[in-house]
Design a protein around this ligand. Structure first.
Ligand code: NAD
Length: 322
């Protein structure tokens, strides 16, 4: 039997993952669940330059599923490449038949990561943000942040988008792109004023100190935090955590993100204050915002479950398209 291996580059992977379909695929995937072992994180000594890292993120469907898959995302991070003028990060997703282990496809891992991340945030916002949310503030206009407007427009009637980034050129680039596609977008000059005006605030930065202050949040705002993935990184301050009803993508967020690790360690909040995971939101109709005036905050650190859901969707759509 000949094995035909599909190879989907960044553009093809992206085109196969439109946000409306991807959000719906993630809704089903989080409700259904799959096997997700602890991710592997290995440090690689590199003589004369900073240590490199290889990260492996496997996931597979359980035997009960009719068509089942197994996938692994492999990410390499070589910080020393900056001095060579080469990208420091590579990311590949490999998809297998979950019953036979036959390799089916390789997909662009960076595209899978960026799109599944904002799609999961939009899915959470579909449960948590007010239905009449019209003003979106994007904080951090990098690879992930640039996709936030399209993902959130798939779940809420967004009419206005503010963009704020520590690097003004990045905000301008995203605003120009959004305006070029007919959206009503502006560079936010004053972060405080834009937070106060926003119905939804979504942050995807590399910040290590809080940039979003709880005192700026108005009743009814939904806050979406994507950036902080180590205990030392932080996007929102203690007051934001104290004033909000808290939600996470997975329980790992409690141990990995400084936005929760730090306030839990200092006693500002407890693990029990976290109301639900995204899987619980997808499974239970009683896990939602409780009033129009409640401030909701969703913190995500990412999961291999959503990588597998996105890779499966892209592969199956590619097969159907022939
Ligand atoms: N939660 C998840 O599942 C998930 C998935 C992918 C990426 N991430 C995280 O999201 C963040 C953004 O990723 P990316 O690929 O878009 O990175 P990126 O480097 O492409 O973009 C980061 C953007 O944030 C801006 N920025 C950096 N520090 C800032 C600060 N202190 N204040 C305001 N803006 C700041 C940068 O100017 C840049 O525009 C990273 O921390 C990344 O690890 C999380």
């Amino acid at each position: 039997m000949t094995t035909q291996l599909t190879s989907l580059d960044a553009q093809m992977t992206g085109e196969l993952l439109p946000f409306d379909g991807l959000i719906s695929a993630l809704r089903n995937a989080f409700a259904e669940g799959c096997e997700v072992p602890v991710r592997h994180h290995h440090t690689i000594f590199n003589e004369g330059e900073p240590d490199a890292t290889v990260l492996l993120m496997p996931a597979w469907h359980s035997a009960a599923r009719i068509s089942r898959y197994l996938g692994v995302k492999i990410v390499t991070v070589f910080p020393g490449n900056a001095s060579r003028g080469m990208p420091g990060l590579t990311s590949t997703y490999i998809l297998y038949d979950g019953q036979t282990g036959r390799q089916l496809a390789t997909l662009d891992g960076g595209t899978i990561t960026a799109r599944r991340t904002v799609a999961a945030s939009a899915l959470a916002a579909d449960y948590l943000a007010r239905k009449d949310s019209r003003r979106l503030l994007v904080v951090g206009a990098g690879k992930v942040g640039s996709l936030i407007p399209d993902a959130f427009c798939a779940v809420r009637p967004i009419e206005h988008i503010d963009v704020w980034d520590i690097d003004a050129a990045n905000s301008k680039r995203l605003v120009d792109d959004l305006r070029g596609r007919g959206m009503n977008a502006n560079v936010a000059d004053k972060l405080e004023a834009s937070v106060e005006a926003a119905d939804i605030v979504s942050a995807a930065t590399l910040s290590t100190t809080p940039i979003l202050k709880g005192s700026w949040l108005q009743p009814g705002t939904h806050v979406d935090l994507i950036g902080s993935f180590t205990p030392k990184m932080r996007e929102a301050d203690d007051e934001a955590i104290m004033r909000s009803a808290l939600f996470v993508d997975t329980v790992e967020a409690l141990h990995e993100s400084g936005d929760l690790v730090q306030p839990i360690q200092s006693g500002v909040c407890t693990e029990a204050a976290v109301r639900a995971t995204l899987a619980e939101m997808c499974r239970r109709s009683d896990v939602r915002r409780t009033s129009a005036g409640e401030i909701t905050l969703y913190k995500a650190v990412g999961t291999a479950l959503s990588d597998l859901a996105a890779a499966t969707m892209a592969y199956e759509r590619h097969l159907v398209a022939g």
